[in-house]
Design a protein around this ligand. Structure first.
Ligand code: SF4
Length: 318
């Protein structure tokens, strides 16, 4: 495994008033565990506010996890001091959702991609230029575009620059946090295909975070569904799309548009919004929205357990 995450937790203080007194804790990530193998993609799905982006940032230590272990290529990075973490960062990168705000508008595209090489003291200026040229070619950009500024690119091209920047240090693992959500539908497929081609060429591993199940179905080998900071279902892609077992996963699937009118995904629609992670419902956090809720669901928390080989579900009925 390239990444093993065990019992990862992240809480934030919930503050109020002018003095910012802490009144409670927000449980953004509440004890999740998963692994990603070399050359594989884990799709992490859920509605906005379920904690999936916090997971992506916490495993790269862009935000500090509250507890848990994050083993990357065998090293637990959760407690690693900053100087040792810096060396490991070369192998772990992130591509953000919004290529408009994640690129410095005053930097030329070539400098944006060369910056991580400079920060890590890699190569002389001429060597770095050659490296950047080759990365540009790899992501489908022209070397002459290195001198342009971000505003001179289309949205899809800007995301290619973000991917090029993430690739510059030769990572083995990339967190792709909603990497196509801000793009036009017409260019989403191009960026997704680029990520998949890079994986086929270089054996990269991805944590692919998305609210879009159709995209996740396309790119992932395995899928984990998150709800209010917890994983509620986790298995391989074929199993989860053929036979989703958790009522929340079934509801998410039912909401995915299907091009073929003869195909029915099911009718278990979920009602309402995700509750606040400060005042989480008792028992099963999903119970106020679950079409199959039982009395015990309101008081007893379902554990995530293996119900079929390689298929974990957190529901009393499964
Ligand atoms: Fe629904 Fe109960 Fe299962 Fe939770 S434990 S998903 S409320 S049936």
């Amino acid at each position: 495994m390239i990444l093993d995450v065990t019992d990862l937790r992240k809480t934030f203080p919930a503050r109020t008033g002018l003095l910012g007194n802490v009144i409670d804790r927000v449980h953004a990530v509440d004890g999740i565990s998963f692994s990603i193998a070399e050359g594989r993609t884990l799709g992490l799905v859920g509605e906005s506010g379920c904690g999936k982006s916090t997971v992506g940032r916490a495993i790269l230590r862009l935000i500090e996890p509250s507890s848990g272990s994050i083993r990357f290529q065998g090293t637990d990075i959760a407690q690693l001091p900053a100087n040792e973490l810096r060396a490991l960062r070369r192998r772990m990168q992130i591509v953000f959702q919004d290529p408009y705000s994640s690129l410095n508008p005053r930097q030329r595209a070539g400098d944006i991609v060369a910056e991580p090489l400079m920060v890590h003291g890699i190569g002389k200026a001429s060597e770095r230029r050659e490296m950047v040229e080759s990365i540009f070619a790899k992501v489908g950009l022209q070397p002459r575009q290195m001198s342009l500024y971000p505003h001179q690119f289309s949205g899809g091209q800007r995301q290619r620059i973000s991917i090029a920047r993430a690739l510059s240090l030769g990572p083995r693992f990339i967190v792709a946090d909603e990497p196509v959500s801000a793009l036009d539908v017409s260019v989403q497929a191009q960026v997704i295909n680029l990520l998949m081609d890079l994986q086929a060429q270089d054996g990269l591993s991805y944590l692919f975070i998305s609210h879009n199940l159709a995209v996740v179905e396309h790119v992932s080998h395995d899928v984990a569904v998150m709800y209010l900071g917890r994983i509620v279902e986790h298995t391989d892609k074929a199993s989860i799309f053929a036979q989703p077992l958790h009522p929340y996963t079934q509801a998410l699937m039912a909401a995915v548009p299907v091009a073929d009118p003869s195909v029915r995904r099911g009718k278990k629609h979920v009602m309402g919004d995700v509750p606040s992670p400060i005042n989480r419902p008792s028992g099963c956090h999903f119970h106020p929205r679950c079409p199959m809720v039982q009395a015990r669901c309101r008081s007893e928390e379902p554990m995530l357990r293996e119900v079929q080989p390689g298929h974990r579900v957190a529901c009393h009925l499964v």
